[in-house]
Design a protein around this ligand. Structure first.
Ligand code: AMP
Length: 229
């Protein structure tokens, strides 16, 4: 099985220095062939805040097993090209708001401390438009710290009249996705998939995320915010 989770998504993961001021495009190959949930207009930048997750070998092995098991039930999932835990929805930022937005975020995050969070329970997510379904792994520690960060980020979003995060957030790392609403199909096999996560030779797999550097992706730029040690 060709497994490509190490490949970087070009429009989400380039370093800010590489890609200053490149225009956003509608080319679907630049966003994994997925359906864009809002129309791109010149000067509008798709923006979201997240912690990156850098996969370990065991995670990659597990993900292959999960995808094979799902495929054997007729659910074909595509692995994420990069892994992250979102702390905002994807909002649209006007180009001239980027600098003040980042300044506001940086000011709010000044006293936020780094922490570690772990995830392990599989859960199915669907986007608001019900055009994409995701298999994710939900965090079971770090909830209080993640909520504190959401409060800070939401303040900035509110300042710029942008939509805040879910009132009842489920912090997770999406592992794989498919086009359409396959929530029911995936939920039916979640128990079987969960057993692949839990019944490993060394005990249940836990995805450990070092929440030390928050990132904000806007268009093709990434801004980084180091949290206090
Ligand atoms: P992400 O991996 O962060 O891009 O999230 C995958 C999808 O989960 C997004 O399209 C979110 O809209 C969706 N989602 C649905 N319900 C929730 C929730 N309660 N908390 C976080 N994300 C959610």
């Amino acid at each position: 099985m060709v497994f490509q989770c190490r490949r970087k998504r070009r429009w989400k993961n380039m370093s800010p220095k590489q890609d200053e001021e490149e225009p956003q495009t509608e080319d679907s190959s630049l966003h994994g062939g997925r359906i864009r949930s809002f129309k791109h207009e010149r000067g509008n930048w798709a923006t979201y805040v997240y912690f990156p997750y850098h996969p370990e070998e065991e995670f990659e092995e597990l993900l292959e097993e999960l995808l094979s098991a799902a495929a054997s039930h007729g659910v074909v999932l595509t692995p994420q090209e990069e892994f992250h835990l979102s702390l905002s929805q994807t909002v649209v930022l006007r180009h001239h708001w980027i600098q003040p937005f980042m300044q506001s975020l940086r000011a709010g995050l000044t006293h936020c401390k780094r922490f570690v969070c772990s995830a392990g329970r599989l859960r199915v997510y669907c986007n608001a438009e019900r055009t994409r379904t995701f298999l994710g792994m939900e965090a079971f520690t770090g909830h209080a710290q993640l909520l504190d960060l959401v409060r800070v980020i939401d303040q900035t979003l509110t300042e710029f009249q942008l939509e805040t995060f879910y009132k009842d957030p489920s912090f997770h790392v999406s592992l794989a996705w498919c086009v359409g609403d396959l929530t029911e199909e995936l939920k039916e096999i979640t128990k079987e998939l969960q057993s692949l996560v839990d019944e490993r030779d060394d005990g249940p797999f836990h995805l450990n995320l070092d929440c030390a550097e928050l990132r904000c992706r806007t268009g093709n730029k990434t801004f980084r915010f180091s949290l206090e040690a």
